[in-house]
Design a protein around this ligand. Structure first.
Ligand code: SAH
Length: 240
């Protein structure tokens, strides 16, 4: 895959200007010269072949050579509600969820949530989405929504199909059956787990509780396991 650069506004005309971190990468890391050809994407789903026309200290001007629709999205619409872990593990989770094709992450504020992302953190995480999309070839950006409280998330997802809550259960119950595999809403709790009341509120609203096996997984492992199964179209054992 040729070097890909993200432009934070829709590309429409015959030219585009790269600035900020993307320009830095092109100019100072890749040492771009006029004539060099690169791929651009703007998050709208298309990919553009472009040629570097001129290079400044912090901006590069490019001409658009062609526009192609290249779909590398999952055909399954996965929303992942997750009580984010802290620090580097948070960034890692966002990077891998982007690679797996998750459509949207909603940071959950639960009773035991440890990390409450502020605007600055969200901006940094959205930047990780761009980095991961450049690498894995996604032409649409995974959304990271503003944090939602657990009751708000339950309310906002009422009526959605296939709402699965990862919750370790000592008494194993059969895995849930899901109606179709086109859309999932998933929820993974914080390191301290969902409280019993939180799990009960979800169950009352129609969520199915899923157990992910006998080992206790870190938040990000549980999130990526569940999101990976959902986005890939693979089936949980016993799920029809
Ligand atoms: N300390 C908690 C575990 C929290 S693990 C406890 O003892 O219950 C963090 C989150 O990852 C959980 O809230 C759950 O959503 C998910 N998770 C981790 N391991 C899991 C498993 N084996 N089955 C189902 N969910 C799991």
């Amino acid at each position: 895959m040729p070097d890909r650069y993200f432009i934070d506004e829709p590309i429409s005309g015959p030219r585009a200007v790269l600035s900020g971190a993307e320009a830095h990468h092109l100019i100072h890391v890749m040492r771009a010269e006029p004539g060099m050809e690169v791929t651009l994407f703007d998050g709208g789903g298309d990919e553009f072949s472009a040629r570097v026309e001129s290079v400044g200290r912090s901006e590069a001007h490019l001409s658009i050579l062609s526009r192609q629709r290249v779909v590398r999205e999952s055909s399954i619409d996965v929303t992942l509600g997750v009580a984010l872990p802290k620090g580097e593990r948070q960034r890692w989770l966002v990077e891998k969820a982007t690679e797996l094709g998750v459509a949207r992450i909603v940071p959950l504020l639960t009773d035991r949530t440890v990390a409450r992302p502020n605007e600055q953190t969200l901006t940094r995480l959205r930047r990780s989405v761009v980095e991961a999309s450049k690498q894995c070839g996604r032409n649409r950006l995974m959304r990271i929504d503003a944090p939602q409280s657990w009751p708000d998330f339950i309310a906002a997802t009422v009526g959605e199909p296939n709402r699965l809550l990862a919750h370790p259960t000592p008494a194993k119950r059969p895995p849930p059956t899901v109606k179709n595999h086109l859309k999932y809403v998933l929820a993974v709790g914080p390191e301290g787990g969902f409280s019993d009341a939180e799990a009960a509120a979800a169950a009352a609203a129609g969520w199915r509780l899923v157990d992910l096996g006998p080992r206790m997984l870190r938040v990000e492992t549980a999130a990526l396991l569940l999101a990976g199964i959902a986005a890939s179209g693979l089936h949980l054992a016993g799920v029809q």
